[in-house]
Design a protein around this ligand. Structure first.
Ligand SMILES: C[S@@+](CC[C@H](N)C(=O)[O-])C[C@H]1O[C@@H](n2cnc3c(N)ncnc32)[C@H](O)[C@@H]1O
Length: 233
């Protein structure tokens, strides 16, 4: 199995998080500034929302449950879903260690969430859409908006503004086209980097109004990862 995640295809994403990829998951990311920034930004969004104890919050994909402590400090009713059995096991263990053995953490698919319409007040989705292409983001945003009655926190990767970045992207696109001709399996991070207007059009399509937009990571290649606080309208 690859150590480095490189594909934008949801089927590969679903199968990737197993065994040592899961057990090493946090240690491999603990030195990333963005890992810590995401946690701080999430915390500031929650501060702004000021949701009452007992509020139903869905974290999808919950992964290792990195935000469980933050949620539990606010005494939210936490629901976690993830397609990976190994990730579910780790986040359940974490919930138990935090004294919440009865937390509703289970296998689940972000493209088809097993919750009723408006079943939660907030959906948190970090490091999920950043790995995917626009057509899949469209499907998943529809699901996140469907199950939330209030807000969605979503993480996407956008093209950074600026002329140099525009030139880089044009080059990227040309290379991608060339690669498509020469190799069958395209492993391609550029396909997960989207235009601001395309992503905002999807927010609008799914009735999600932008309340806040924070950049958590900016790469030299001109890729910005944004955490959005969105209101369901
Ligand atoms: C990079 S991890 C992010 C986990 C966590 N949100 C975080 O910020 O650390 C991506 C997660 O997406 C999960 N995943 C992939 N496809 C999924 C799907 N269709 N539905 C739910 N979870 C999925 C993986 O199992 C993995 O736990």
């Amino acid at each position: 199995m690859n150590q480095e995640w490189k594909s934008h295809n949801i089927n590969s994403l679903q199968n990737y998080y197993q065994g040592s990829i899961v057990s090493d998951y946090e240690a491999r990311r603990a030195t990333q500034a963005s890992w810590h920034k995401e946690a701080r930004v999430l915390d500031s969004f929650l501060e702004q929302l000021d949701l009452a104890p007992g509020t139903r919050v869905l974290d999808v994909p919950i992964g290792t449950g990195r935000f469980l402590e933050t949620f539990m400090r606010r005494r939210f009713h936490v629901i976690g879903r993830d397609i990976s059995a190994d990730m579910v096991a780790v986040s359940r263990q974490r919930a138990t260690a935090l004294g919440q053995a009865d937390a509703d953490i289970a296998l689940g698919d972000g493209t088809n969430i097993d919750l009723a319409d408006n079943g939660v007040a907030l959906v948190v989705s970090v490091r999920f859409l950043v790995h995917l292409e626009l057509s899949i983001i469209d499907l998943i945003l529809a699901e996140l908006a469907r199950v939330s009655s209030g807000h969605v926190i979503a993480h996407v990767r956008l093209e950074a503004p600026g002329r140099l970045n525009a030139m880089r992207r044009a080059l990227d696109r040309t290379l991608r086209k060339l690669r498509r001709v020469s190799v069958k399996k395209v492993s391609n991070k550029a396909a997960t980097v989207h235009r601001h207007e395309d992503v905002h059009a999807l927010f609008k399509k799914h009735g999600l109004q932008v309340l806040r937009d924070e950049i958590c990571n900016r790469t030299k290649k001109g890729h910005d990862s944004h955490l959005y606080l969105l209101q369901c309208t």
